[in-house]
Design a protein around this ligand. Structure first.
Ligand code: NAG
Length: 238
């Protein structure tokens, strides 16, 4: 027992000596970046509002304190925000339904890339495939349970969906239920806030009847960004 202990002690001593004072200071003062998961469908994947929100982090001097997380790392719309080196990770999956993500995928995604903050807009594909309002609300509830199972302190932003240029009634029905649903599931440990991405969003802010154009991206970023910055400041104690 004497010799192994001696060896371990001298190894610990050596590595302490090898680390420069600057490295040691960095280890002590660099906090882990806050992990933000942008979760959704094509309105999260093939759009530019994620990039515009990143500009808000940069403008608030918070960009070095945060990272986007998710299994995807892409910029399919070739977005060019002011911040050239914005983080392109996300969990947006074009064409996917909230019910499928809740039932089959979210648990695994959060295992792979844990998150401190999850913001999501989902339900548009459910609506176009005829899922009921109740099925979508149930999927939202299941997703919140999965987020909290993965991290009991998850801070959550749910977006009210942007309009569809056709058959908008189902979108409106789900959006109408979101505030009371969120208030009911809200807790101090894992707050939920609602980003209203619907009010004032016109069908002329869509590029193809479904996805935001440049102006639509600006509207989404202006509704989601401030809530996200609030969460980040709270988390950092700023
Ligand atoms: C949830 O609670 C927080 C305070 O902890 C509050 O700011 C927020 O508005 C609440 N969310 C909803 C949807 O009521």
């Amino acid at each position: 027992m004497f010799f192994p202990n001696l060896i371990l002690n001298s190894l610990a001593l050596t590595s302490a000596v090898l680390a420069s004072p600057i490295e040691l200071a960095e280890r002590q003062t660099t906090p882990q970046k806050l992990r933000i998961m942008p979760l959704g469908d094509s309105i999260t994947e093939i759009t530019c509002w994620r990039a515009l929100v990143w500009d808000q982090f940069a403008a608030a001097n918070l960009a070095s304190s945060v990272q986007y997380v998710g299994s995807q790392n892409s910029n399919p719309q070739n977005c060019r925000p002011t911040t050239a080196n914005w983080d392109q990770h996300h969990e947006g999956h074009s064409g996917w339904l909230a019910v499928d993500i809740a039932n089959n995928y979210l648990e695994g995604w959060l295992k792979k890339t844990p998150a401190d903050i999850v913001m999501f807009m989902l339900g548009t594909n459910d609506v176009t495939r005829g899922k009921s309002t109740a099925e979508v609300m149930d999927a939202y509830t299941k997703m919140v349970g999965i987020m909290r199972g993965a991290n009991p302190r998850t801070k959550i932003i749910i977006d009210q969906m942007i309009p569809l240029s056709y058959s908008n009634a189902a979108v409106q029905a789900i959006n109408a239920q979101i505030p009371a649903w969120a208030a009911k599931l809200n807790t101090t440990e894992s707050p939920i806030v609602v980003a209203d991405c619907y009010t004032g969003f016109k069908t002329s802010d869509l590029r193809d009847g479904v996805h935001p154009n440049a102006n639509g991206d600006k509207i989404i970023a202006s509704r989601v960004g401030p809530l996200l910055l609030n969460y980040v400041r709270q988390s950092l104690g700023k």
